[in-house]
Design a protein around this ligand. Structure first.
Ligand code: 5AD
Ligand code: SF4
Length: 472
């Protein structure tokens, strides 16, 4: 019996799924003369991409290979994102485009999963208007994919598994990772913060942390497999440990992961400013393997807007934190998420955000025009500013950020950067690409056998999207 506040999916349930996976594999071998191909596409955040790797892991166990095009696929899965409206519409566009393919190849299986499927209105729309979709499952039912697929393949019914719940923890699902140098590793799931604009707490359930032993075991495995960068994932990693049997917080976990032997670096996201403590910053300073970079989404530079967003910090709190981090960790850099045009935000309030980004000077900004999400508090707020006006504000923000970034990139000229070589460069043959600790893209000439190693690069030139240099 687990003593955590949340359910841990039992080995029995996973064994049942394992059996379904084996039965599906046998069925496919009997039914089709050739190995089948799956196309899996994840929209949205890194957590969703990480779920996509587990979906691929389960499919691989059922005998599927993988393809990059829906035209070649025997099974298509869209792992959806509900955070903003445009991702929502894109999914419906993609699903609509599958209709003629399915008409030509009725054997093709179409599956939809992820955050959007936890919204009952979406699931209803798919039931009614997209009869050619075979399987629909929400974030809480991901581990039951083998059963859903088997039942669909052996019966006539379409399968829907979209119950709402606080969520559970599933350990031990197979994973088919997309890369071989960088890996992401969820340390917790769900979110309890209820920022007023955000749908995540409604679709991903309550906060729940994985046990440190399970996380450490996975880190050691990844390091042994040769991964050089591990990104710890959670909607708010700073809440890690709450509700676990043992006393442990995110800083403690970072120290334990840092102590794992091997040549690798650690990143994490996302860090909520309200829970980012001095202890965490001191820990980053003390842990050699943790990159000196924090993704610390501020969302707005105006205190009234932050209050309306239910972010639970002020601009002054945020800047004090940045100050402390800069004093404690020389050279530390930051990136952030910004929402432009929150309901009721005025142009003057937006200018406070602009002032804040000039003060902090982020290496990267992820900027979004506010998008109303059904069921959230903000969706009911008055939102008088027209979309075109918000787009203008966004352009102003992007221009400012682009200038800041250009200056920051140019300041790197002449510097020696430690870079993880990740793959072939965009500049042509003989070039490699990688990132430094701040996450800046670095292009340099080098042999392909360097991919997957840390190298030192002397920066010679800076463009807005990358810096260029030579190996030292
Ligand atoms: N509208 C616009 N942006 C949003 N985000 C979350 N919800 C919304 C929304 N309704 C942004 C936030 C968050 C990032 C992952 O997505 O900036 O940090
Ligand atoms: Fe959404 Fe806020 Fe939770 Fe982030 S912290 S997932 S923005 S509710």
């Amino acid at each position: 019996m687990s003593q955590t506040k949340w359910e841990i999916i039992s080995e029995d349930i996973l064994e049942t799924q394992q059996k379904y996976a084996e039965k599906t594999r046998e069925l496919l071998i009997k039914r089709y003369p050739r190995p089948l191909l799956a196309y899996v596409h994840s929209f949205g955040c890194q957590q969703n991409v990480s779920d996509g790797e587990k979906i691929m892991g389960m499919l691989y166990e059922m005998g599927y290979g993988f393809t990059d095009t829906v035209e070649n696929a025997d099974l298509v899965i869209y792992n959806t994102c509900a955070v903003r409206e445009n991702a929502h519409f894109r999914v419906f566009g993609h699903v609509g485009a599958l209709k003629p393919i399915k008409e030509q190849r009725p054997d093709m299986i179409i599956g939809l999963c992820g955050c959007m499927m936890q919204q009952s209105a979406v699931a209803d729309k798919i039931k009614k208007s997209y009869p050619y979709v075979d399987i629909v499952f929400g974030t809480h039912a991901m581990h039951t994919l083998p059963q859903l697929l088997y039942q669909r393949l052996t019966g006539s019914k379409r399968m829907f598994s979209i119950e709402n719940s606080d969520g559970s923890i599933v350990e031990g699902l197979p994973v088919k990772r997309i890369g071989s140098v960088k890996a992401s590793l969820p340390i917790m799931y769900g979110c309890d913060n209820f920022c007023t604009y955000c749908v995540v707490p409604y679709v991903r359930g309550r906060e729940r942390s994985r046990k440190p032993q399970d996380i450490l075991c996975e880190v050691k495995k990844l390091v042994a497999e040769g991964y050089r960068e591990i990104t710890l994932l959670g909607q708010n990693v700073n809440s890690y440990g709450k509700g676990l049997e043992e006393e442990i917080d995110f800083s403690d976990l970072l120290s334990q992961i840092n102590a794992v032997e091997g040549d690798f670096q650690i990143r994490f996201m996302t860090s909520h400013p309200k829970d980012c403590t001095k202890k965490l910053i001191d820990t980053i300073a003390a842990c050699q393997k943790v990159c000196n970079h924090i993704h610390l989404p501020v969302q707005s530079g105006n205190n009234r807007v932050l209050k309306e967003m239910n972010r639970k910090y002020t601009v002054e709190d945020y800047l004090a934190l940045i100050d402390y981090a800069r004093k404690t960790i020389p050279g530390i850099t930051f990136s952030s998420d910004i929402i432009v045009g929150f309901p009721g935000e005025t142009y003057e309030e937006f200018l406070d955000t602009l002032a804040l980004i000039k003060k902090v000077r982020y290496t990267a900004l992820f900027t979004f025009i506010y998008s109303p999400r059904e069921g959230t508090k903000a969706a009911k707020m008055e939102d008088p500013v027209p979309e075109e006006e918000k787009s203008k504000w966004l352009r102003q923000l992007l221009t400012e950020q682009s200038n800041i970034r250009q200056e920051m990139q140019e300041a790197l000229i002449g510097k020696k950067l430690r870079v993880l070589a990740e793959g072939k460069g965009k500049s042509g043959d003989g070039y490699l690409t990688g990132r430094n600790v701040s996450g800046d893209i670095v292009e340099f000439s080098g042999e392909e056998n360097l991919i997957g190693s840390f190298v030192d690069v002397q920066v010679e030139k800076a463009l807005n999207w990358a810096v260029f240099g030579k190996l030292v």
